[in-house]
Every structure is written in structure tokens, then in C-alpha cells.
Design a protein around this ligand. Sequence first.
Ligand code: FRU
Length: 518
Amino acid sequence: MKKIFCFILFLLSFVAYMGCGNAEEFEENKDVGNLTKAWDYVQINAKNVNERYRGDFHVSSPVGWMNDPNGFSYALGNYHLFFQHNPYDVKWGPMHWGHYTTKDFIKWELQPTALAPDKPYDTDFGCFSGSALEKNNKMYLLYTGVAGDRQTQCIAESDDGLKFTKTEENPIIDSVQIPADSSKSDFRDPKVFRRDNMYYMLVGSKNNDGDGQILLYRSATLKNWTYVGTTVKSPLTKPGIFECPDYAIIDQKEVLFASPQFYPTDGTMFENVHSVVYMIGNLDYQSGRFEYETVREVDGGFDFYASQTLQTPDGRTIMIAWMQMWDRTMPTAQDGYTGAMILPRELSVKDNKLIQAPVREIEKYRKNFVSYGNVPLTGSKEFSDIGGKTVELDVTFDIASGKTGLKLFCGQKEETLLYYDADSSTLVFDRTNSGLEIKTSSTKEKDAKVRRLKVDTNNGRLQLRVFLDKSSVEVFVNGGIATMTGNVYPSENSQGIKFFSDGVGNSIRSVTKYDIAI
Ligand code: FRU
């Protein structure tokens, strides 16, 4: 039976080859010159995109399509973010690695395209997701080469962190090194890290029964790898795989992340087509097993996938993720680009739960401070100096009953709702009337309009730290114990921010607002 993912890939590439975008140009360029052509194309065509929805402080595709973050790392003195990139079209297609660098996770510098599909082991579908690291003053990219229905792990190296050469030894993990009970066509997204003078690689996989799993490999050199074992296995994701594994030690806790396809919805959790989950536990480096108790969702909003983490020299763990979801319409396609990343987040672990906070560097860009306190809230309330589309809001509500919250990006007919529903103890993010419609083509999610998240108030107190950036909303709840992320596409003049409550006894305990000016 044809594997579903391969079938989807086949369809997507078929559409591309039938004349969408510049597929013919891609076809002509299947040689080493391909990389230069891709970068030339980006430089010329990035000038022609419509910027109306591009976030000021979120990194996004310069032109064409962006999906997963790749190779998010600190290497050779710079922070690097690579990304799954089809420069030639606003749809997924032959995968390149685009490249940004940054000093502060807020301002990003576009660098030459790093990888193009130009070798027998990565032509057809291209260079899929992976990771990066520094070793002996060189930088290495570990990625999945996809040729037909064969996925293998490959490596490219660089002396300057800008120009990468695929090594002669590729593929460094070939199909023969995949355990017999595991899929050869769903074997991707290597996450490499170092532990006790050895390198370890986690690879997303599924077994022949369709259960999602993560495989662990070990190497002393980065080039010769030995299979160690199966890290985690989940019978819950048939027929999907555990994509994009990631691993970090945060506050002395081992945290394993993965992006399982089609993770089953459970109440208000895992409502998107695919989800990002984390598990806190212990990795046994001999057997490869990762023992854990609970699988939790990382973000309860709409648009969050394929997350990656890096360690900063000052010891922080920073996470980034694709701020988009598969199988949805993407309104910026009409503007010449698709795909953006979240505002990077600092991670910590408290009481065995992940805590997320916006990267502290964002505070450098705050302007125009406004603050109010103790405002009783019935009906609708506005403040003349609180509004805008590139804003940080920090609101604490005292909640007693009914629905209490915010209306964001308000215009004549538009509003994005973010409110606490005391009857169901849920935080609701409703983008039904936000602006341009986002449609889902997946039968897994009931809609792409409303997400709910179970949240306990702190003795009736609810804190929402909210970042608006033209076409995105990111919410950090009660100090980051939960988050919700989503894209919205309001009209140009939909700039209003309102506070509302339909219950009795609710109030704004405090609110601060900054404009974020880049
Ligand atoms: C996740 C993913 C990865 C794959 C990449 C292809 O979004 O499906 O598993 O490497 O996208 O672009």
C-alpha cells in the first residue's frame, strides 16, 4: 500500500511539475548551479512581495514558501536559523534550506540559500528538516535527503557558517541502517546533540504498523552512525509519524519534543491537524529508551509546528517553531510568500511542566509605556492610548463569572476574541471574524476558527501577556504555564483593542501596554 505521506508528497510535486510557480526552472537547474540560481531568484523576487501582513518582529519567508525551522543553533559565533524553503512558489515544493542569522532573535539577516536539492540522494523532494552544530571550528548541517520514497540522513559542512558543502560520505545513515520493523520512507528530521564525547541523533520514524516512534543513533565522528534503539513509541498516531524530534536539558530535566502527525484530539487538546508535544523523562543512552509519564501539548493555539531549541552561551534554552499549520489556506500566498516563525521563547521547567516566556531581547524594542489599574469591567471598555497592531499587552483580570477578555485588531466589522469563559474554565481564542478567512482542508480538525484551552485561574486571577504583530497573536498565560498562538489577517485599519466582560464582578486588575518598534 502506498504510504500516505509519500502520496501527499507525490501530489504536491506533481502539481509543481504541472506548471505552478517556477517548477520548469527548477527542472532545468538540477545541477550544482541550482543553489546559486535559488539565491539569485530570492534576491530578485523578494523585492516584489506585498508586505502588508509581514510581521515586524517575526521572521518570515523572504519570497516563496517557508515551513519548519531547521538547524536552529549557536555556531561559529552566530545564531543561525535555517528553514524549509521553496523559493520558487508559495506552495510546498522541492525543499531548499533558506538561512537567516541574528544577534537577538528579533532582527534577522537573510543569508545566501544554504542547501538545494542537487544530489542523487536529495533530488525530487529535496533537503528535508534537520539540525546543526559546531565541531572543531566547523559548522555541520544534518538533514534528510529525499529521493523518491527513500529518506536518508545526510551532512553538509562549512568553515564560515555561510557556504555549505555536502560531503562525499553521504548518505551517512542509509536505508540499510533502519531497523527491519520501521518505515524506510518515513525516516527523517535528524536532531543531533553531544553527550559525553559522543554524538547522538534522534530521527522521526514510524514502525510498519504505523505507530509513530523516534529512533536513536550514536556516532563518535558525525559520519559513521550506529543504531541504538527506539526512544519512544506511540500507538496513538497511526498513520502518522513523529516528525521533527528535539531534545533539551532544561533546569536539569530532560525534555523530549516531537511533532506527531494526526495526534488524536482529546477534549480541548491536540485539536490541530498535527501537534507539538513534549515529554519530561530520562533517556537511557544504552538502550535508547526514553522513560516518561505524560505527553503534553506545547501550544494550545492554531499555528505552531515543528519546534526546535538551541542553547545560548548564557545558558538559556530558546525555542522557535513554524507559525503555521499544514492543510490550511495561507492568505499571504496572494502576496508572494507564505510562512513565518513564532517569536522565539525562553523555556524553563517548573513542577515537571514546561514554562514558556517570550525571548527577553524583545524588551529592547518597547516604546510608549501605558498603564492602568483596578478598572471594574462590565460591557466594553477602551483606553484612548491602548491600541495598535505591533503591541505587547500585559493584562491581569480578576475573574468572577461569565466571559471576560480582549477584542484585538478591532475594525468596523472585524475583531479577534481572546477571553476567559468562567463557566468552562477555558481560555478561548476566536478568529471567526478576524479578517481574511483561513480554511482547513483536513478532516482531523473540526475548524480553523476557535481554539479553547483549559486554564486554572490563580485564585480568580488570570494574566495574559499578549504580542500582536500585524498578522499574529501570541498569548502567554499565567507566567507562561500555557500559550496560544495564531495567525489572523485583519484589514489595514483594524487597529482597535477593547476589553470586555458579560459577567458580574470582573475587573482589570492591571494592564500595561508597549508598542514594539523595530
Ligand atoms: C514537518 C515536515 C518534516 C519534513 C518537512 C518537509 O513539517 O513534514 O517532517 O522534513 O516538513 O518539508
